[in-house]
Design a protein around this ligand. Sequence first.
Ligand code: SF4
Ligand code: SF4
Length: 308
Amino acid sequence: MKLTNEIVKDVAVKTGFDLAGFTEADELSGETEKLQAWLDKGYNAGMAYMERNVEKRRDIRNILPGAKSVISLALNYYTDLEHSNNPDLGKVSRYAWGTDYHYIMWEKLDRFLKELKDIDPEFEAVSYVDTGPVMDKAWASRAGLGWIGKHSNLITREFGSWVFLATVITNYEFSNSGLVSDHCGSCTRCMEACPTNAITVEYVIDANRCISYLTIENKGEVGIEFEGKLEGWLFGCDICQEVCPWNIKFPKLTKEEKFHPEDGHMELNLDEVASMENGEFKKRFFRSPISRAKLKGLKRNADFLKKH
Ligand code: SF4
Ligand code: SF4
């Protein structure tokens, strides 16, 4: 049987996703130009991998020759819990409270792809979740899941920006879902709230100044210019998303149990981090995104928060 947009959407919901959208597998010309301008300014900081495979990012037909459409999928991860703001505890970004989303997204994606292939064995796809030379947010925006906000995250009308994204490049021709217009309007709340002025101009983040980068991907020290500016964030930062009206007005709880916080993963005791052994770190965070910072990075962050 041939696949249709409706069949794919039904399978997406059945396999646990919240949103599915479609767009043609065209070149991301404008988006790649913006990416290049961002790289030219050095705003990717130590993330050298962003400089690689720009041509694949521009044209995903370099990944799947003959690709015709892209399916973007979104999964809401919001849980209605808040940090305590206890200064002895370091805050963890909301996305890392539960099981690493890569496991969860891939589990659902495998089922999603298998079901589509069972319906039409001719269906071929190459999929990505936040890795590889694919601009997930750009595709999700083109596929009509939402728009990219001034804080550079994708905002959906249904779930705000608390969503994980998957990009499925296919050999199938689906009809386009149509774009969602930018609903940021004259709002600049995220820019005003950012404690390190990392949103240099609307829609542009300088990772060198972003707490999310500084506390996770960063392999060096946290610069002294950020003294007193981390606002208690030990792993990541959600400030620009927390102040966004689209996240405040319409919060909807995730239906995925595994995104609910694991014991003590919303915020970590700074003294406990400082004295943590590698064995304990691995045991405690092996299925958590927190493992990405490595114990060395987490200790560096805890040390910075305690001193400044
Ligand atoms: S994540 Fe934090 S530091 Fe980065 S842009 Fe948003 S508010 Fe600023
Ligand atoms: S806070 Fe305002 S400007 Fe920033 S992303 Fe949300 S709606 Fe857009």
